[in-house]
Design a protein around this ligand. Sequence first.
Ligand code: SF4
Length: 313
Amino acid sequence: MKYLFGPIVSRRLGVSLGVDILPPKTCNLNCIYCEVGSTTSLTNTIAEYSPTEEIIRELDEYLASRPAIDSITFSGSGEPTIHSGIGKIIRHLVKNYPAYKVSVLTNGTLLWKKEIREALSPAHLVLPSLDAASEKAFRKINAPEKSLDINKIIDGLEIFCREFSGEVWLEIFISPGINDTDEEIQLLISAVKKIKPHKVQLNSLDRPGTIKGLIKEPLEKMEYIRKTMTQAGIEHVEITGHYDKTSAEHAIPFTAENLKDIIERRPQTLEDILAAFDINRNDLEKQLQLFIDRGIIHTEDQDRGRFYVLNKK
Ligand code: SF4
């Protein structure tokens, strides 16, 4: 599969078929925590980065067997809203596969553009991120393309939430020493109160980011931020945890190619992989060791455990 990956068991979306419509790594941000790696093409240009009809064809082929999935999710190697065909693909899915939820993971930076809001409007769930409400923290965490302006982005998120008929879950990635100060949290609170998403999800480093030495926010501080937001009148603030729904019915057939595919999309722990595949631990460890011996992957130790990471070519 060229544009599809998984399905993977996602913490937030259940069993999710990923749709990756951009070549790696094309984005208008270069976030320090990006699981896909550093942005190699930093651009704000909206264009057809991969052929829209080819993506639709691959989706049709895959969905013809009516697989047991919860969500078809736009995510992957960059920011999906800079692909000019995203609206057409979403409309096609909503019209022809009504049994599935269509979700879009976006950095939310272009929602001030009417055509982007219209493109996303038929989706069921949009998960934008907003990690900072000050220009200084925005530049530090998200390293944006130079024309992006944080106030304009917040305005765009507000308009989108007002117009959109589906659900909006706003994700905030907390990074120690950058956006976890009382001052930054108060600015974020003002922005969230203006945007009014259905849910706020606080996240911190879960997998290796793009820079060395990046650390995860301690749980106590995450709890403090959640409480501060709740006390300020923001409803439905949660700390995202590990998604633990696993069942053989949802497991992906285990092949070396599928294994490499999910590690290529994101670094994975052994437990992440076991949740996604119907395979026993011993067999999985053997296959991972084989990948290491062949120089395909390496390991990196983080708070959450040992991650298997694809080697760069
Ligand atoms: S917006 Fe998403 S894809 Fe782009 S750099 Fe940030 S985390 Fe990575």
